[in-house]
Write a protein that binds this ligand. Structure first.
Ligand SMILES: [Zn+2]
Length: 259
């Protein structure tokens, strides 16, 4: 596969899944047409690792720092201060990932809500957009986003998995919707319909590597290069050209993250 001009807006290249092969995977992405990637922190350690990756691959890897709802129970004032210090590093373009995950409930829901609000406030203070993770918590996510003034903060609903109503509310609040490998899965008809009806100027693409690998590599470890398959599927379901989808999603990523 050979693409051109792709931006993968959500990867976890710091994860152990890539140990020993990180460099080759980044080379593969670069040679295959992935122009930039955004590495997303999920706790303090992975946020620190994100900063290290950016220093190693300046102008190729950009990053977000934050605490995933799974780890929300760990977020205290000290950690928030450290996240803030990392957030002002060169190449950190967003806060996140943050949000609510009531599917796994790995942290108590009250902790998740508290950590989500605290990070939204930090993003507002630092004038950076946010990367939002929301699973089985659509109503609560929208409520918190509205109460915290997301319109002035800006951001993306990463790996969007909600219904049409949530999509419309998110779009109304000025958010972008990011789609990943799930849109290539046979059972994802409802999600494909949402992806097809999202305005082109609000669409982003991502892999969420190492997870959610698109067809034809479903079941294997995901990597940034495969964002091309997401773009191809989007073009197909939207009846737009591949070039159009790649160019628009890359423009959107540059606008949102100011890269
Ligand atoms: Zn993620």
């Amino acid at each position: 596969m050979q693409w051109k001009g792709l931006i993968d807006t959500h990867v976890h290249l710091d994860f152990g899944h890539f140990d020993g092969e990180r460099e080759q995977i980044i080379e593969r992405a670069r040679n295959g047409g992935v122009e930039k990637v955004i590495n997303i922190g999920s706790n303090l350690k992975s946020s620190q690792e994100t900063v290290k990756l950016i220093r190693r691959y300046p102008d190729y890897i950009f990053g977000a720092v934050g605490v995933h709802p799974h780890n929300a129970r760990d977020l205290n004032g000290d950690m928030l201060r450290k996240i803030k210090e990392l957030a002002i590093e060169e190449g950190i373009v967003a806060l996140g990932e943050m949000g609510l995950d009531f599917h796994y409930d790995n942290s108590p829901r009250d902790d998740q809500k508290r950590a989500f609000r605290a990070q939204l406030r930090l993003a507002r203070e630092l004038e950076k957009p946010v990367v939002i993770h929301s699973r089985s918590a659509e109503g609560e996510t929208i409520t918190i986003l509205r109460e915290e003034g997301i319109r002035e903060i800006g951001g993306v609903m990463h790996c969007f998995s909600g219904n049409q109503i949530t999509a419309e509310k998110a779009l109304e609040m000025g958010l972008y919707l990011a789609f990943g490998g799930v849109i290539t899965f046979p059972k994802a008809d409802e999600l494909r319909a949402i992806a097809a009806s999202t305005p082109l100027e609000r669409l982003l693409i991502e892999t969420d590597s190492p997870y959610l690998t698109p067809v034809p590599y479903r079941g294997k470890r995901n990597e940034p290069l495969y964002v091309g398959y997401v773009a191809e599927k989007l073009a197909e379901i939207r009846a737009e050209s591949l070039e159009e989808v790649i160019e628009a999603t890359a423009d959107n990523a540059r606008r949102l993250f100011r890269i």
